[in-house]
Design a protein around this ligand. Structure first.
Ligand code: SF4
Length: 281
């Protein structure tokens, strides 16, 4: 049984949060540069140039990529041949979140209770943590700082299985376009199809961790991803709602088995401040 100190993992989580808060994913920067070359709308070009400038200035000036520095989301895959010594995983992750919030500093963006007092936690805890056990002696953490604007525009529906491919594509495109500029396009769409009422949104969130623009291994889903991206981009919301042809940078679908009576579909919208990272220890 491999033993890993909780301090080692806490430090790795702390470094991951600070890194993604200041450094945009290079794949997103490249995709934005490609979009800029293709863009014909002057307003959209101006907005893309501002976003790209922000990507350069943020790490140089130690200013977070966005004023909404996000909530910490972690998908942890824990090898059954490893043991964390010291704190529990939630304890060490929350300690790393606290330290990052204070040291960077990151905006205090979590309220303790959602409806009445809404008092700020002032340290961004608790992180939202999903734990899964896998074979092996390593721990893998998929970590995101997820902004509220894009999260607020995310959506889910239990469709009828009769809706089929076209029903899903229509549902996704209509709702993404209805969100307009609010989730800060250009967007990345994580789509979860199947599982059940709680499983589809988790698939959608996890789909955001797929390498940007990777082709789906199943041709049928790959074609759906392409059609969704192309249809939305042809309908003109564009960068920050300024028009043009770049509302969506990439669409990623993950699917899972589901009940014969169901077709759950969830869409987790991600903005261009795509703060995602993978840590393996
Ligand atoms: S949606 Fe993204 S880019 Fe827009 S304010 Fe939130 S974190 Fe920032």
């Amino acid at each position: 049984m491999r033993e890993i100190s909780s301090d080692t993992i806490q430090e790795a989580v702390y470094r991951a949060i600070t890194k993604i808060s200041y450094h945009c994913d290079p794949c997103v920067t490249s995709a934005l540069e490609v979009a800029l070359k293709k863009e014909s709308s002057e307003l959209a070009k101006d907005a893309l140039n501002s976003i790209l400038l922000n990507h350069r200035v943020s790490p140089e000036s130690n200013i977070p990529l966005c004023q909404d520095t996000g909530s910490t989301v972690v998908f942890a895959e824990i090898g059954t041949d490893m043991h964390v010594v010291g704190q529990t995983l939630p304890e060490l992750i929350n300690e790393a979140v606290r330290r990052a919030q204070k040291d960077c500093p990151l905006r205090a963006s979590t309220v303790a209770e959602p409806l009445f007092e809404r008092n700020n936690m002032n340290d961004n805890t608790p992180a939202i943590i999903h734990i899964e056990f896998v074979e092996g002696d390593k721990i893998k953490l998929l970590l995101a700082q997820k902004g509220g604007g894009a999260e607020n525009m995310s959506f889910m529906k239990m469709l009828s299985p009769a809706a089929g491919t076209q029903g899903i594509i229509d549902f996704v495109c209509e709702n993404v376009l209805a969100a307009g500029s609010r989730p800060c396009p250009p967007l990345i769409l994580g789509i979860g199809i199947g599982s059940n009422f709680e499983g589809a949104p988790l698939l959608a969130k996890k789909a955001l961790f797929e390498p940007l623009g990777r082709p789906h291994p199943d041709t049928r889903y790959r074609e759906m991803e392409c059609e969704i991206t192309q249809r939305i981009n042809s309908l003109g919301c564009g960068v920050q709602g300024f028009g043009g042809g770049c509302t969506v940078l990439a669409t990623h679908i993950l699917y899972a088995p589901c009940h014969i009576a169901s077709l759950p579909v969830a869409v987790n919208i991600e903005c261009h401040a795509h703060r995602h990272i993978e840590v393996i220890i």
